[in-house]
Design a protein around this ligand. Structure first.
Ligand SMILES: NC(=O)c1ccc[n+]([C@@H]2O[C@H](COP(=O)([O-])OP(=O)(O)OC[C@H]3O[C@@H](n4cnc5c(N)ncnc54)[C@H](OP(=O)(O)O)[C@@H]3O)[C@@H](O)[C@H]2O)c1
Length: 293
């Protein structure tokens, strides 16, 4: 049995779909408060549902029963209920899950993270680091996937990249390159690595096939959509000051991630592709998907 924690999220939902489509048994952890539409979509895809919460250890013990592989994609950065904090969910909650998985005799724990950047730290990164350290010491065979920025999120309307209205918000000058990756490719790698001995006790970095600056990404969208974009820049010093003056760890993390974007985030995917050959989605293909609706 595979357990996906974060099943109602973007990446966790894709891992559930891919496993279910391949006829593999999959259980998704959902919360009493999770979106009913997303829970229903999981049920229709053939995913067994387990109700629980990272902050409730006994629910994790129940969800881990009979499980061989745990995939943890959950995070409180976007999806928070009252009382949820990065500390309670991304740090203590993930620690609860590692402990529950160890007790249940889980044979592989796949944790989704991203690479740290020297000189730029923020609470989500610190929580990811703490989980990775706990997992490595747990005795459970582990895989940590360090993903670059998801193109569907960072080149999507939620963060101000609004292709439909030909408008883009760019963090910083927009000239530093980023290895935009599709969450679909991250899901495929997570499963391939979980199911292979080559993925055991490995940190695997994944980015897209080509690093492009945000302004280059805008040009691709202009070319594919046939319309010039209106571009708004959030200056890097405004991001640094937002981080310094953040009122809570979530605000500090958002400013930290936007600074990461402004400073560029390139990933060398060759070592991962050498072990797990796969075709990676390009920003051009993603743009065509967006315009095709
Ligand atoms: N976005 C990027 O560019 C990027 C880049 C690299 C790595 N990542 C990592 O990729 C992972 C997946 O991201 P995503 O975009 O798929 O996230 P997402 O869509 O925001 O999904 C978050 C999931 O976590 C669940 N969750 C939150 N708090 C929980 C709790 N207390 N107990 C149990 N589940 C809880 C949510 O459940 P509900 O629906 O019930 O709230 C939801 O299923 C994250 O770990 C993220 O850090 C993201």
């Amino acid at each position: 049995m595979n357990l996906v924690v974060g099943a109602t999220g973007v990446l966790g939902g894709e891992i559930c779909s891919l496993l279910a489509q391949a006829g593999k048994p999959v259980r998704g952890l959902v919360r009493a408060s999770s979106s009913p539409e997303r829970v229903d979509a999981l049920r229709k895809a053939g995913v067994e549902l387990a109700t629980g919460d990272l902050t409730d250890r006994s629910s994790l013990d129940a969800a881990c029963r009979g499980v061989r592989t745990v995939y943890s994609t959950a995070t409180a950065i976007q999806s928070r209920q009252e009382g949820d904090t990065l500390d309670r969910v991304d740090r203590e909650g993930q620690a609860n899950l590692v402990d529950a998985a160890r007790q249940a005799g889980v044979r592989r724990f796949v944790f989704i993270s991203f690479r740290g950047t020297p000189g730029l730290d923020y609470p989500l990164q610190a929580a990811k680091r703490a989980t990775t350290e706990r997992l490595k010491k747990s005795g459970i065979p582990w895989t940590v996937i360090e993903a670059s920025m998801f193109m569907e999120v960072w080149l999507g309307p939620h963060l101000g990249f609004d292709a439909g209205n030909a408008r883009a918000r760019i963090f910083g000058a927009g000239e530093k390159k980023i290895s935009w990756v599709s969450y679909r490719d991250v899901a495929a790698l997570a499963i391939a690595a979980a199911e292979s001995a080559a993925g055991e006790n490995q940190v695997l970095e994944i980015g897209g096939p080509e690093a492009l600056s945000p302004l280059e990404a805008v040009r691709i969208f202009e070319e594919r959509g046939g319309k010039k974009f209106e571009v708004e820049h959030v200056p890097e010093d405004a991001l640094a000051s937002a981080k310094a003056n953040a009122r809570n760890p979530v605000e500090e993390t958002f400013a930290g991630l936007q600074l990461l974007y402004a400073r560029g985030f390139e990933v060398d995917v060759k070592p991962t592709l050498a072990r797990f050959p796969m075709r990676l989605t390009s920003v051009r293909e993603y743009a065509d998907r967006v315009f095709a609706g």
